[in-house]
Ligand binder design. Structure first.
Ligand code: SF4
Length: 685
């Protein structure tokens, strides 16, 4: 592909990997994408990019791209015509809905889809099926952020913009490894440090940023709440509270004080393993920097008490007046390209588009007027509930778009059992993913280079993706597939172009009221909320007030993770991502990046490696109470003794078999970051 010569034309689009949302010009020649050049006027990347966005797009032309619908017959796949496949979905879903009721059906969407596709999938479930059983892949990454930020400041997205890293006097990175997972943001943090910003990193691993940091608080996995409460204790003890801000803009402060009063540096140090003087120093620096900007990632959310961790972080920002000002705030690094948008437009079992509660009478009236159908008012199931319902036999069919749950969700044996329990599993994807292999019907998808739409990045920026090339013959974009099935189920939804879907979203969700494709032609896109056509968008949130007037301190006590080391399983396994690969690896594994990294690797501390007589590259069996996985080890000082780290980019590793179903109490965000395991050396045959 890369040898086809210079492009004849370029098409401005947005990277389909991480949530930074780098803008690219896709070079097209002879009907094929020939290169991807990062755009100098890209608002979040300004000409920068990482290897995934720059070189990891050639999966678009992988020989195993799905091109025709596939129907399972016994152990065989049989090719189907598109009309027959669409008829089959409609027939099965009408039959199952009419036999068992709307709640026997559910859908899971993903960040692979555009905002318009995600909205439409939700509309299909609510108007055609009559159920709120719709979720998206944010469930397993930042759903704890949604809960934690909604309950405190009333909006579940970054308070500031990426460019604010240039203004921050101090950057606090909590449970995030942006130089690998959000490389362009990681580079910007390094630039901030170079110009003099202080850097504090809270992470069990000694990441690249941790090495650069002024302070690295290397806590035990699962102890975020204890550590953040410990910082709060210092703020109170040393008179570092912004009293005016607390009085004017918050409520619940006294309850928070009562909880953190007992979190002395000594008790905090005992729980977290972080020396007491570092806890005190971090609190002082955060409170007195003159502008502290917090960014957090999955090391904050993917815990048994992930939403509490987010709340504990927000409490610190409220206590020090670090929200609503440039260069400050709470800024979740949303993982995937459009995971922010999928939730924003209502692919959630608990909220409609724009995070509107279902019992809002104005929303109900507007929805009925525009769609002709009432809004279901009962909450839907979250993804882990769907696994339980499938195994229990009450959920009969699932339709999954662009999300490989059979590789990336935790406790894989349970997930596989759930998928196999379904009467009819539909999977829509570019490739025969691990999930698609278990499906009854597989529908090919169009890639981001082959369709129009919008993605929303981690700073709430809605940006266009534009069709650069045609999809494989006959392949429809996901939104058209949903429309075709909907029409066959008696509810025609016809849109000439995704822009018309965005117009409908703008009609129904006040925070998108001013969004339209003509305004999105500008390279900078629009950052929500955009409450009117005249509104310029919002780069800084909560400047003068919070959505509910005042922000709420939510006092949270430290509670231990779901699992603690035992004699049988003495080591703690942390999972995460590496720079070269992306999530399930479906895209990056089909590119030249495979020549750089072709397997998951287990990081182990030298002390543990010596005790187990392990050396770099040796294969080990990693065993948990759920199952076992095999992978090579790498001795590394990035992990502490007693802790291990690996990724789950490769299906052959079968890594997520090891993980439990333990999840955050309210959001159900799984505890990917703490699993207890043991290592067994695999002796040569
Ligand atoms: Fe794509 Fe993220 Fe890399 Fe930018 S930083 S090129 S959005 S993967």
């Amino acid at each position: 592909v890369a040898e086809q010569g210079p492009p004849e034309r370029t098409v401005r689009t947005t990277c389909a990997y991480c949530g930074v949302g780098c803008a690219f010009d896709a070079g097209v020649g002879d009907g094929t994408v020939v290169n991807m050049v990062p755009a100098d006027d890209g608002p979040s990347n300004q000409g920068h990019a990482c290897m995934k966005g720059r070189f990891g797009w050639t999966y678009n032309y992988a020989p195993d791209r799905l091109r025709v619908p596939l129907l399972r017959q016994g152990n065989q796949w049989v090719e189907m015509s598109w009309p027959d496949a669409l008829d089959r979905i409609a027939h099965e879903w009408v039959r199952l809905r009419d036999t068992y009721g709307p709640d026997a059906l559910a859908t899971i969407s993903s960040s692979r889809g555009t905002n318009e596709e995600n909205y439409l999938f939700g509309k299909f479930m609510r108007c055609v099926v009559g159920s709120n059983h719709i979720d998206n892949c944010a469930r397993v990454c930042h759903s704890a952020t949604v809960t934690g930020m909604m309950d405190t400041i009333g909006a579940s997205a970054a308070t500031n913009s990426i460019q604010d890293l240039d203004l921050a006097k101090l950057v606090l990175v909590v449970g995030a490894n942006p130089t690998e997972s959000h490389p362009v943001v990681g580079a910007r943090i390094k630039q901030a440090v170079r110009r003099g910003a202080a850097l504090i990193v809270i992470d069990p691993r000694r990441t690249e940023l941790a090495r650069l940091a002024d302070l690295h608080l290397q806590l035990h996995p699962g102890t975020n709440v204890a550590l953040l409460n410990g910082l709060g204790h210092i703020l109170i003890q040393e008179g570092l509270i912004d009293q005016d801000y607390v009085r004017d803009r918050t409520q619940g402060f006294e309850e928070w004080v009562k909880v953190v009063e007992s979190c002395t540096p000594e008790t905090t140090s005992k729980v977290t393993g972080v020396p007491a003087h570092l806890i005190a120093e971090a609190a002082r620096r955060y409170a007195t920097s003159g502008g502290s900007m917090a960014v957090h990632g999955l090391g904050m959310t993917e815990h048994r008490w992930g939403s509490h961790g987010v709340m504990a972080l927000v409490n610190l920002a409220l206590a020090t007046g670090n929200i609503g000002k440039p260069g400050t705030g709470i800024n979740p690094l949303r993982g995937q390209n459009n995971v922010q948008g999928a939730s924003d437009v209502g692919c959630l079992p608990t909220f409609f588009a724009g995070y509107q509660p279902f019992d809002n009478p104005e929303l109900a009236a507007a929805h009925l007027a525009i769609t002709g159908r009432p809004l279901p008012t009962t909450r839907g199931m979250k993804t882990p509930d769907m696994w339980d319902a499938a195994i229990a036999g009450t959920l009969k069919s699932l339709w999954i778009i662009g999300y490989d749950v059979a590789q990336t969700d935790p406790n894989l044996k349970k997930v596989h059992a759930a998928l196999k329990s379904l009467e009819f599993l539909i999977v829509q994807d570019l490739f025969l993913s691990e999930t698609a292999k278990l499906a009854h019907l597989v529908i090919p998808g169009a890639s981001f280079l082959e369709k129009d739409g919008t993605f929303t990045n981690l700073e709430r920026r809605i940006q266009r993706i534009r069709k650069a090339v045609e999809p494989p013959a006959g392949v429809l974009p996901d939104w058209q597939v949903v429309c075709e099935v909907s029409a066959r189920m008696g509810y025609p939804m016809w849109y000439g172009h995704p822009s018309a879907i965005m117009d409908e979203i703008a009609q129904l969700a006040p925070m998108f009221a001013g969004v339209s494709y003509d305004r999105l032609e500008a390279p900078e896109g629009l950052q929500w909320p955009v409450p009117s056509k005249e509104h310029p968008g919002t780069s800084l949130m909560h400047e003068h007030s919070f959505p509910k007037g005042k922000a709420q301190f939510v006092a949270v006590d430290y509670l231990p993770p779901g699992e603690s080391p035992t004699e049988t399983y003495p080591l703690v396994l942390i999972t995460g991502r590496i720079l070269q690969h992306y999530n399930c690896g479906a895209q990056t594994r089909r590119t030249g990046i495979m020549q750089v990294v072709d397997t998951d690797v287990l990081e182990i501390h030298a002390r543990d490696a010596a005790q187990l007589d392990l050396h770099d590259g040796e294969i080990v069996r990693l065993v948990s109470a759920r199952g076992e996985a095999r992978l090579p080890v790498m001795v590394s000082d990035r992990v502490q003794p007693g802790e291990l780290f690996t990724s789950f980019h490769f299906p052959h590793t079968d890594l997520n078999v090891l993980l439990s179903s333990s999840a955050d109490e309210s959001s159900k965000c799984p505890e990917y970051k703490v699993s207890t395991v043991r290592i067994e050396k695999v002796l040569p045959a």
